[in-house]
Design a protein around this ligand. Structure first.
Ligand code: CS2
Ligand code: MN
Length: 358
């Protein structure tokens, strides 16, 4: 496996790459062009600017996370084919920089959804939290909360572009007549149309599951469980059609067994996100430290499953808590993600040793 660390770019992240460099094992910076709106082509000179930030530190830029998809593609709106053509141009431009994996999602309207970005844990740290009852109310209240956090901190939250959130009524109207089956059709249409350019350029498209993995605010969500993964990988049975297997997203539903998913689909997982989840009896959940026993989903069995199948892809700690008073982007501080990496490496190195690989 190759270890990645998500970083949001100079001026958009409180973390310095020279500090990331001091975390053992990290070889890839997982990056994005966060100023781009869904549907815009990523120009070569813009990508080159990012390369200038990353390369001097000796990291590769193999994995891009969040080349977001225009709503016309998700809803089969009038601009669908034109936006797919632009997406293809972005893939071609990314391939010039050696990019190998593109992580994206197909969630309608909202990306990841939480009701509290700084929920206090008993050890004095804070973490992302999801309170089920709050998501039954007004989506605008939730959007306002998330946007106020991003404005206060002067940061971008991918998938929560203020330009899109300002058009929530319009967006909900566009999805009004889209049921689950139609959304599936639109996803498959999109992925199929990208496969030729992915084959030519050796790029894997890696879909991120819906976070959390269930419908919210009456919007259908697709990539939620094992059956959905099967359906997706079978519908476009191509080695360039892959998963970003986010253990945290799937594990929000305690019925999902991520270790089983890894064992079954190892060869189609291009990118792995690792996170530990604590469930509450009423369906709420909190993100906790990576240590297995701190949560209910745990990560030991999952990391072992990757080790057992000889996983060669990229892996990153998904989110971390906010610890030691760090002022950072919610879920994306330096310290707890660094602890998460060390814990993952500890498990991995010991498994190597026990299996005689080292
Ligand atoms: C997720 C997403 O891993 C994460 O942080 O919660 O925000 C993810 O980055 C996107 O859905 C990928 O497109
Ligand atoms: Mn994730």
């Amino acid at each position: 496996m190759k270890i990645g660390f998500r970083w949001f770019g100079e001026g958009n992240d409180s973390i310095k790459l020279s500090d990331v460099k001091q975390i053992p094992g990290v070889t890839s910076i997982v990056w994005s062009l966060h100023h781009k709106l869904p549907g815009e082509v990523w120009e070569v000179k813009e990508i080159a600017r990012m390369q200038k930030q990353i390369k001097p530190h000796g990291f590769d830029m193999d994995v891009v996370e969040s080349v977001n998809i225009h709503d016309d593609i998700k809803t089969a709106g009038p601009g669908r084919d034109q936006y797919i053509a632009k997406y293809i141009q972005t893939i071609k431009n990314l391939s010039k920089f050696g990019v190998k994996v593109i992580c994206y999602n197909f969630m309608p309207v909202f990306d990841w959804t939480r009701t509290d970005l700084f929920f206090p844990l008993e050890d004095g740290s804070t973490a992302l939290y999801y309170e089920k009852v709050k998501i039954q109310d007004d989506p605008k209240l939730m959007a306002e909360y998330i946007l106020s956090e991003s404005e206060q901190k002067g940061l971008t939250f991918p998938g929560w572009e203020p330009e899109r959130m300002a058009r929530l009524d319009e967006l909900f109207a566009a999805y009004k007549n889209i049921n689950k089956e139609q959304l599936w059709e639109n996803l498959i249409y999109f992925v199929k149309s990208l496969m030729p350019v992915c084959r030519e350029n050796g790029i894997k498209m890696a879909i991120h599951p819906d976070d959390p993995p269930w419908d919210i605010f009456g919007l259908p969500r697709l990539i939620i469980d094992e059956a959905a993964i099967d359906r997706f990988l079978t519908a476009v049975d191509d080695p360039h059609n892959c998963l970003t297997l986010c253990s945290g997203s799937f594990s929000a539903n305690p019925n999902n067994n991520v270790a089983d998913m890894v064992r079954k689909h190892c060869d189609r997982i291009a990118f792995a996100h690792i996170r530990n989840i604590r469930h509450y009896p009423n369906g709420d959940f909190a993100e906790v430290s990576h240590r297995d026993r701190d949560g209910h989903s745990g990560i030991l069995e999952i990391v072992k499953a990757y080790h057992d199948c000889g996983y060669q892809g990229y892996i990153r700690p998904d989110h971390g808590r906010h610890i030691w008073g760090e002022k950072c982007r919610p879920g994306y501080g330096l310290y707890d993600r660094a602890l998460g990496i060390m814990y993952m490496l500890g498990i991995w190195d010991m498994l190597d040793k026990l299996s005689g690989k080292r």
